[in-house]
Design a protein around this ligand. Structure first.
Ligand code: SAH
Ligand code: F3S
Length: 473
């Protein structure tokens, strides 16, 4: 039996005007949108859920709000506007936000002027249905409508909710300066949306079509980030390596970002195995600034399951790609995403995933039970037929396997020296720093004379599945 949630299926709606960002939406027009000046400067708290792309979008939202005279605050108690930047990837991501909204509504009952907004993927997924579940929500805004945030804050003064749900494949926010926390690692969105349409995935429906930001703009951004003190850049996109701005591909972008003076490290997430081109591998192999680390989502080790997922590669092709990467870049660290219990996954299919994980030996993995999402192709075409307890059993099995492998791989680092970019104080001990190795392993070590932002050589003397522990050599 297919499990149907209470929410109907939504199709993505695309707006296709070159300058669509200037076109007011129905609720804006009602307010005479473009003419409205800020009625009052607001104090906005943004709470982020989900992936790095959302974290990066929250920085963008902060940029848009600040540019229009509002202020973002770091203490939620100081805020008169609370925006939840949400995730829709699995059902529990949405449940978490619904629970959070109920909690925030207690405060709204005491402070009637408090504005609550739901932004991001869940807003785009549930649309006005969200208002049925949480009628006290003032703003429902999808990932392509953030430019209208100031307008929305003005509009809700009237008491009506503001809905900004148009997807817009011309929107790349390339002209907006995000507001980032100071630090050494900056996340830079180079591409929005996704054209891949994996059958299990809601992302193409809530983030719209793929679009890449022009290389020259990204290069300027990186130069600015270096001036602000950032040392490491993580390029972000749903299928980051399918980047193409019409003139340059992903490999060219990597080379060009890595050449910016003052940049110490360049990483990216997440690539799609089918787009792992020679140009990408060449930059990883030959640019000293591009880290030898790759998050390469596998999803399943069974080819029939991969076909039903429409991942566009077979298990064998994935295996060969890993072989090639390891031949070309022997020190490369690999991590992955795996889904268990996808529609029609048999014990034999699951065994193939288990075996492939044993064979490849990823440094780490994010592992998930399949969660049926309204609106996806799998939801329409396939049965979510693996029973919940079976999904849990399979998940636990691969988690146990992966923990074991991660611990063993980290053990092999004991006695070696790894370069670590110092990020800040260790959470547990102020006398220690933490940072990431070039292969993205968390490393903890006594401070000695190192400064935040330095790259230091750390000799590893012990290791757990998740952390390397050592001292500066
Ligand atoms: N290309 C994107 C993928 C975003 S989703 C990126 O890597 O940034 C991240 C991971 O969530 C996917 O790789 C997949 O393993 C998992 N996922 C996506 N949809 C899911 C679903 N319906 N159920 C369970 N896991 C899912
Ligand atoms: Fe989702 Fe597949 Fe794109 S996992 S984000 S549809 S590559």
């Amino acid at each position: 039996m297919k499990q149907k949630s209470e929410f109907p299926i939504y199709k993505p709606e695309y707006q296709d005007h070159a300058d669509s960002r200037l076109i007011a939406q129905p609720s804006d027009m009602r307010m005479g949108a473009t003419k409205i000046k800020n009625r009052m400067a607001r104090k906005v708290f943004i709470e982020t859920y989900g992936c790095q792309m959302n974290a990066s979008d929250s920085e963008l939202m902060a940029g848009i709000l600040t540019q229009s005279g509002h202020q973002t605050v770091t203490d939620i108690e100081d805020a008169d506007v609370i925006l939840l930047n949400t995730c829709a990837i699995r059902e529990n991501a949405e449940t978490k936000v619904i629970n959070r909204l109920e909690h925030l509504n207690h405060r709204k009952r005491r402070e009637s002027n408090l504005v609550i907004g739901v932004c991001g993927c869940m807003a785009q997924h549930l649309r006005d249905k969200l208002l049925e579940a949480a009628p006290y929500v003032d703003i429902v805004m999808g990932p392509d409508a953030y430019r209208n945030l100031p307008m929305a804050l003005n509009a809700v003064v009237s008491g009506d909710p503001y809905l900004g749900l148009q997807l817009d494949k011309g929107e790349d926010y390339a002209d907006i300066s995000p507001i980032r926390k100071e630090g050494i690692r900056a996340w830079l969105t180079i591409q929005r949306g996704c054209d891949k349409m994996c059958t299990f995935c809601i992302v193409p429906f809530v983030r719209g079509r793929e679009r890449s930001i022009p290389l020259n703009i990204l290069k300027d951004d990186v130069e600015r980030l270096v001036d602000e003190g950032f040392k490491e850049i993580v390029l972000l996109g749903q299928t980051v390596n399918s980047y193409h701005d019409g003139k340059h591909d992903f490999g060219e972008l990597l080379w060009s970002i890595a050449e910016v003076e003052g940049i110490e490290r360049v990483r990216f997430t997440s690539p799609h195995p089918a787009d792992a081109t020679e140009s990408m591998i060449d930059a990883m192999e030959n640019s000293p600034k591009v880290c030898k680390q790759l998050h390469l989502p596998l999803q399943s080790g069974s080819t029939p399951v991969l076909e039903r997922m429409r991942r566009t590669y077979t298990a064998e092709e994935y295996r060969k790609l890993v072989q090639k990467l390891r031949e070309r870049i022997p020190q490369i660290a690999l991590s992955t995403d795996v889904i268990v219990g996808f529609c029609g996954e048999t014990e034999e299919d699951f065994d193939k995933t288990h075996t492939l994980m044993e064979e490849i030996r990823f440094d780490s993995a994010f592992m998930f039970k399949y969660s049926d999402r309204d609106g996806t192709l799998a939801n329409k075409m396939l049965d979510d037929d693996v029973p919940e307890p079976e999904k849990s059993r399979r998940l636990n099995e691969i988690i146990t396997l992966q923990e074991h492998i991660s611990a063993e791989i980290n053990q092999t680092k004991v006695g070696t020296t790894v370069p670590v970019l110092v990020e800040g104080n260790s959470r547990r001990d102020n006398e220690q720093y933490h940072g990431k190795s070039d292969t993205f392993k968390s490393t903890v070590f006594p401070k000695e004379n190192a400064q935040i932002g330095d790259i230091v050589n750390v000799e590893i003397h012990s290791a757990t599945a998740h952390t390397l522990i050592g001292q500066i050599s």
